[in-house]
Design a protein around this ligand. Structure first.
Ligand code: F6R
Length: 609
């Protein structure tokens, strides 16, 4: 959460900072600010609200300079307000700091700074202590002062610091929060994420945990926590800046929903050779390794967790290995039984989600082999894993995840099939059948995206509902959970997902006249049971939208509306059945006038606990 950016060079710094922050607003958008060195002073401008408010102010309160740092905030400590916005400064305003993360021991440091040094804090944030600590240790060398300050800090942080007395420097630090450096000619940059810098450079350094970076116009030096210089290979970004643009779509979410055929196809076809064998370059798990594994955990958060539920289904079904799935924030604290016979699969779009990363580290510490399914190349989760499967979704900007989810599903199916064939528990005919069917998915999704009238009509008729239930059986339940999350996060409707068979054990009490129930009935062997569950809720007044496979017309007799997905094998329906749910959520959000891409209280990359 929070986006940081910094620049040192010859360009007008405010423009670079605003441009960079505009690409990072997905990380937080309740306030923003910049600090710029100009004519012997550090000048700060920061305002509550979206970045456009800061940009508007800067049109009147012009700031010029060639060195500066900027921040877009997702509040953790202290409400969104001008004074809690970053950058934060020391008492004299000589030193300015931007911070993404949480300083866990900030209260202790704050009390010490107040009692021992009589400092009056200007904000309620944890971040402000950094400026005062750096000031406390400053003796003419910013780098040294930052080292001493971080030695006192516990928690997660990516920080950028500038100082009036050393205007030719930016010092940045990374600990458990993302940080990259952009390399230019006579100019250098820092940022939380690659898109912030793509307008200026494609050459990056990926900064590792516990590293400190010194940037000047002329060069970048990376140090480890002991102060030793580190070598780093330049990382060349190959994807286009346009991939992070809306390209004519009203919202990133809509664009990303429509990019799913491409993402699915790339994720799949790049892993198949001419004979349709799965080739996973980043995964080196052998038959012997698999025989040695007696437990698989899939661990993730939110949408990625929902992909993990489908992943469990696929691995158990195809590879016949028992799997447990856990949300990362629970896994890391429940002292799970993990040893060197455990395979730990982390799923993460960003590869920077703190809970997932912490769970991964915990499993690694206990000896597990780590396989990750990640979208962002070079992200922390990927770097800390033994085996990596990169999804090819491309940059996902909308806070609500769509194309990352469907590509994660494809990844999990391929991993499951790979395990099944490596173990020798799936016959060739079945393997060929599943692969052939997977290859039809891009076109099937595409066909669903060509006909949106019914979903738009449904959204227009139903957007005023204040509670919605999603239900299903078998693998449909997992998709129901994802549909429900999508709806609640972008439309603020209280939605709830349940295994249809569980309804009558309590939740059915909530069904009343007009309650919207979205019932997934894509599983052939559970179809009749689902029809009975639909009847049960309709008998209590629910308005039922069924989701079924084309050709299964019986459901029309029980549901009010049916959204059809193309015929496919039961095992693979999640890739298709989630599409109408994403679209329903999208159009309901639009109809309710919500900010689709930047829903309230959320941020794209959750780098705090
Ligand atoms: C919801 C959503 C989140 C993320 C979750 C994990 O639409 O995007 O639930 O799935 O925060 O994020 P990653 O995948 O980056 O670890």
């Amino acid at each position: 959460m929070c986006g940081i950016v910094g620049y040192i060079g010859d360009k007008e710094v405010t423009e670079v900072l605003i441009e960079g922050l505009s690409r990072l607003e997905y990380r937080g958008y309740d306030s923003s600010g910049i600090a710029v060195y100009d004519q012997g002073e550090v000048h700060v401008r920061k305002y509550k609200g979206r970045l456009s408010i800061l940009a508007d102010h800067l049109k009147e309160e012009t700031l010029t300079g060639v060195v500066g740092i900027g921040h877009t905030r997702w509040a953790t400590h202290g409400e969104p307000s001008d004074r809690n916005a970053h950058p934060h400064t020391n008492v004299s305003g000589n030193i300015a700091v931007i911070h993404n993360g949480i300083i866990e021991n900030y209260m202790k440091i704050k009390e010490w700074l107040i009692e021992e040094k009589g400092i009056e804090f200007k904000s309620e944030t944890d971040s402000e202590i950094i400026a005062h600590l750096v000031d406390h240790y400053y003796e003419g060398d910013l780098l040294k002062a930052v080292y001493k300050a971080i030695d006192k800090m516990e928690g997660a942080y990516a920080i950028g610091v500038i100082c009036k007395d050393e205007p030719d420097k930016i010092v940045a630090v990374r600990k458990d929060s993302p940080l990259i450096v952009g390399l230019g000619e006579g100019e250098n940059f820092i940022a939380s994420d690659i898109p912030a810098l793509l307008k200026y450079t494609r050459k990056m350094y990926l900064i590792e945990n516990d590293e400190v970076v010194l940037l000047t116009k002329e060069g970048v030096t990376i140090f480890n926590e002991l102060g030793q210089k580190m070598d780093r290979e330049v990382f060349h970004v190959t994807w286009d800046a346009e991939a992070a643009e809306k390209e004519g779509y009203e919202h990133f979410m809509k664009k990303e929903i429509h990019e799913q055929p491409k993402g699915i196809s790339e994720t799949l076809l790049r892993r198949l050779d001419n004979e349709d064998n799965i080739v996973l370059d980043g995964i080196k798990i052998t038959k012997e390794d698999l025989e040695n594994i007696n437990k698989i955990y899939i661990v993730a958060c939110g949408t990625a967790y929902h992909a993990g539920l489908v992943g469990r289904y696929a691995i158990e079904k195809f590879a016949k290995i028992p799997v447990e799935v856990d949300v990362a924030s629970e896994f890391r604290y429940r002292d799970p039984f993990v040893d060197d016979k455990t395979l730990f699969i982390a799923i993460s779009q960003s590869g920077e989600t703190l809970d997932t990363l912490a769970a991964l580290r915990e499993a690694k510490r206990k000896g597990a082999r780590i396989l990750s399914v990640v979208n962002v190349v070079g992200s922390s989760v990927a770097r800390e894993s033994d085996d990596v499967f990169y999804t090819w979704a491309g940059p996902e900007i909308a806070v609500a995840s769509t194309k990352a989810y469907t590509t994660q599903l494809v990844a999990m199916y391929l991993i499951a099939l790979h395990m099944a064939t490596t173990k020798g528990v799936m016959d060739q005919a079945k393997y060929k059948e599943v692969i052939a069917e997977l290859k039809t998915m891009p076109d099937k999704v595409k066909s669903m995206l060509e006909n949106l009238n019914e979903i738009q009509f449904l959204a227009d008729a139903q957007f005023n509902n204040e509670s919605v239930f999603f239900m299903g059986r078998g693998v449909d339940v997992h998709v129901a959970h994802e549909g429900s999350l999508k709806l609640k996060e972008i439309s603020y409707i209280n939605s709830f997902a349940i295994a249809a068979g569980e309804l009558k054990h309590g939740t059915i009490a909530l069904i009343e006249d007009g309650t919207l129930v979205i019932a997934l009935a894509t599983q052939d062997h559970l179809y009749d049971k689902m029809l009975s569950n639909i009847q049960e809720v309709r008998a209590r007044g629910a308005y039922v939208v069924g989701v079924a496979k084309e050709g299964n017309k019986e459901i029309e007799k029980t549901a009010d509306v049916v959204l059809y997905v193309p015929e496919t094998m039961d095992e693979l329906t999640p890739i298709l059945s989630v599409i109408p749910l994403q679209l329903v959520a999208y159009y309901i959000s639009v109809a309710r006038g919500c900010d689709v891409d930047k829903p309230k209280n959320l941020a794209k990359s959750v780098t705090v606990e």
